[in-house]
Design a protein around this ligand. Structure first.
Ligand SMILES: [Zn+2]
Ligand SMILES: [Zn+2]
Length: 524
């Protein structure tokens, strides 16, 4: 069957139409309005395709779907599974963004989990766990013949009794030497241990090595032993000059803080694990809104810049705080000219006064009064990124996920095209990175380069929403499907029409049937 064969279609105003629509081609259905283009394409081809798809499902699955009635047509055959791309069909999920609707976000999460580098917020250093092989490689790179102690720290004991048990246990395991401040103490000669200051860091001496090319296995064994005993290994040059400390913990070596290892969940604002705890992943919170409390920032405080304090019941707050501030807040210059410190004092006072007023919340007019000054504002904890802090410490190519989400599609396209990952990361991150690049390319090609990734889909125009769906379909690379579009050129600049046509041709060349209802002469 190389065509969709329709015989005797009479849906709505169709007058017994018979037509063949070829497969794997781009077909435009056109005509004056009211001629029945949509009746043929949507109400006949799409409706029947859907109905047959639903019928092919099990009785169990069918009970969850609405019953579709058979369109008024004598005979129709050669249908492919239809996908309709209408303008404005996004579900009204308030959290849905361009990135989530296109599945870009899923691949970004995967990319950040696999190739993300965590940076310590305290000192800015890269947080890493040192693998045994990395440790061995680092030590083999030291000058040939240089001599090193291999040590691991002895954990602090809570009292002398516990310490005795600890030392006994070490001997039982076959460790015989302690190390402190360049001196070695034999566990077999307890009298020497009296000189050890157990209040200071003490190490267990595992081995003494001289760097040579054939040392790899011994370094690996030493490191594994130290990791097993203490989770870290210390190499101290015998001359005392250099010290290397490696840890199997995912921690900042400078600050000693342990970090969460990146995993896809950490970057999901829809999951309780990844969502910002303050705004629960919405990016904004209901709070007193600066715009409402101070509607005209060009007024001075004396002129009544703080709206709630101009009401007869609450004027006393202004008199009280003005006296309290003294010279710390200038009340005779426009609010907008106040310094950061002055504004902070003002806001503390405003909050205090609201709390005071709120004590009478049982009175309806008080609740109404307070609600007048509340509004949505950007969550101060996550800065609107919706993610918990820990997720924002992870970077790819020097940018965290929130910074990427604020990029426009054009900027993100360039960023990921130019992104070069170190070889070991490139291998494990190849799949998500390829998907991200491809999806951004499609979005770019449908002329949406100016839209930011965090744009809420609810705020897109119908044409933009349709093109985003198109790009997503291209990204999913389905074949043998019948794509049905309703006037896709609406809202497009003429230069973008050519781009759109390229996409439709690309969909067709993948092995799909594309059916377009259109007036636009360029498309036709
Ligand atoms: Zn640090
Ligand atoms: Zn937040």
């Amino acid at each position: 069957m190389d065509a969709i064969v329709i015989r005797g279609a009479r849906v709505h105003n169709l007058k017994n139409i018979s037509v063949d629509i070829p497969h794997n081609r781009l077909t435009v259905v056109t005509g004056v309005s009211g001629s029945g283009k949509s009746s043929l394409v949507f109400d006949t081809v799409y409706a029947e395709g859907q109905r047959r798809y639903v019928q092919s499902l099990s009785a169990y699955a069918r009970q969850f779907l609405e019953r579709l009635s058979k369109p008024d047509v004598d005979w129709i055959d050669g249908l492919a599974p239809p996908i309709a791309i209408r303008q404005k069909t996004f579900a009204r999920n308030p959290r849905s963004t361009v990135a989530t609707a296109t599945e870009l976000y899923d691949y970004l999460r995967l990319l950040y989990a696999r190739a993300g580098e965590t940076y310590c917020p305290g000192c800015g250093q890269r947080v890493q766990r040192d693998t045994v092989d990395q440790v061995a490689a680092k030590m083999l790179a030291q000058p040939e013949g240089s001599r090193w102690y291999v040590l691991f720290p002895l954990g602090a004991a809570k009292d002398s009794h516990a310490l005795r048990d600890q030392l006994f246990e070490l001997r039982r395991k076959g460790f015989y030497r302690l190390f402190q401040q360049g001196r070695i103490y034999e566990l077999t000669r307890p009298e020497t241990l009296l000189e050890v200051d157990f209040a200071q860091p003490v190490y267990v001496l595992l081995d003494r090595i001289a760097i040579s090319a054939d040392l790899h296995q011994r370094l690996v064994d030493n490191t594994e032993t130290c990791y097993r005993e203490a989770g870290e290994v210390v190499f101290l040059e015998a001359s005392g000059e250099q010290l290397f400390r490696f840890s199997e913990k995912f921690a900042c070596k400078q600050c000693g803080i342990e970090f969460l290892e990146p995993e896809p969940q950490l970057f999901s604002f829809n999951s309780p694990f990844g969502a910002c705890p303050r705004c629960h992943g919405f990016g904004d919170i209901v709070d007193y809104s600066p715009d409402r409390v101070i509607p005209d920032p060009y007024r001075s405080l004396d002129e009544g810049a703080i709206d709630p304090w101009t009401k007869p019941n609450y004027r006393h707050f202004y008199r009280y705080y003005k006296r309290l501030w003294g010279r710390r807040v200038r009340t005779d210059v426009p609010y907008i000219e106040l310094s950061e410190e002055e504004r902070q004092l003002v806001w503390e006072a405003v909050r205090e006064s609201f709390e005071e007023i709120g004590r009478k919340k049982y009175k309806v007019h008080v609740r109404v009064f307070l609600s007048r000054y509340r509004g949505y504002s950007t969550c101060p904890e996550c800065g609107g990124s919706r993610l918990r802090r820990e997720a924002l410490w992870v970077k790819v190519g020097g940018k965290n996920l929130a910074e990427v989400m604020r990029m426009s599609i054009g900027q993100a396209y360039e960023f990921f095209e130019q992104l070069e990952l170190p070889p070991h990361q490139a291998a494990i991150a190849e799949l998500p990175l390829t998907e991200i690049r491809q999806r951004l390319k499609f979005l770019y090609e449908v002329g949406l380069d100016y839209i930011t990734l965090d744009r809420l889909t609810g705020t897109l125009s119908g044409g933009e929403a349709q093109r985003i769906q198109l790009a997503t379909c291209l990204g999913s690379r389905l074949v043998g499907t019948c794509y049905i579009l309703d006037e896709p050129s609406i809202g497009l600049h003429s230069r973008d029409t050519e781009r759109l046509l390229n996409i439709l041709r690309e969909l067709r060349d993948l092995g799909n049937t594309v059916l377009v209802v259109e007036h636009d002469a360029d498309i036709i």
